[in-house]
Design a protein around this ligand. Sequence first.
Ligand SMILES: [Zn+2]
Length: 186
Amino acid sequence: MPGTQESTGLTLPKALQGVELVKSVRTPAELRYQYTAGAATTRFLTGLAQKKIMGERCPKCGKVYVPPRGCCASDGVPTTEQVDLPHKGTVTSFCIVNVQFYGQAMEVPYTSALVLLDGADLSLMHLLQEVAVEDVHIGMRVEAVWVDDDKIGPTLESIRYFRPNGEPDADVAQPGEHGWGELEHA
Ligand SMILES: [Zn+2]
């Protein structure tokens, strides 16, 4: 039928007949939002601005949560005690990122890891650098590398990344008094 685009079956107005079909449209979208951190996360972020990694201990089970959420998920009680955690820990899990995506700040491949800080019961997700991706392994001992003092602020980006600290690997089955070994038996 004259005026009908074969691919769509649409009948176009005469003025558009013969015009090349638009098959896709790129529409840049932006979403602005304000994040209200809440009391526990505010305490955590304020600590980072002072170059401290602050966790919170449950008064009932003794578990230390970092980042803290203000209460213990197991016991449902507020975590009132602040714990100034060391800046080192153990890799409990990791992911090697090989896929480039829009807005990515890192060059692939790179490693994103869960780091269980010494004395904490919840792993913190962060970047792992200064180590080849093929050498990253569970049990690896790592330390935080902070941004320059004048760049430190209330953000997890105050920690630039974690890197191996040269200590012998932690026993994967027994990462310490706390950690996944204990959680398994809970
Ligand atoms: Zn608890």
